[in-house]
Design a protein around this ligand. Structure first.
Ligand code: TYC
Length: 98
């Protein structure tokens, strides 16, 4: 109030990180079993979930593997693309902001 000195400290503004979807794209050549392996190894999916996601991509052209912060999503994309290239499969993995 009047004549009263009040010392305020600026409240730290916290913000949630932006989240990114990691997607697999369908193609005609990558074996279904390889895609299931990718989902199990890099996205920690169980056999049933991995099969469901692979079939979704196979039938719809694209499907979500998971949602991550930027650096984690980028790491997943790089790991999957390196793994596919190593096995000479044309599998494409991309990320998009939610
Ligand atoms: N369409 C591929 C096939 O018939 C299987 C496949 C599924 C490929 C998902 C890529 O992201 C993919 N062998």
């Amino acid at each position: 109030g009047s004549g009263t000195a009040v010392i305020t400290r600026p409240k730290t503004l916290t913000k949630r990180p932006s989240m990114y979807r990691v997607l697999l794209l369908n193609d005609d050549y990558t074996p279904q079993e390889f895609v299931v392996e990718v989902l199990r190894i890099y996205f920690n999916k169980g056999a049933d979930d991995a099969n469901r996601i692979m079939l979704h991509v196979h039938h719809h052209g694209v499907g979500e593997c998971g949602v991550f912060t930027y650096e984690v999503a980028e790491t997943k994309v790089t790991q999957v693309m390196d793994f596919a290239r190593k096995h000479q499969h044309p599998l494409q993995c991309i990320m998009e902001k939610k």
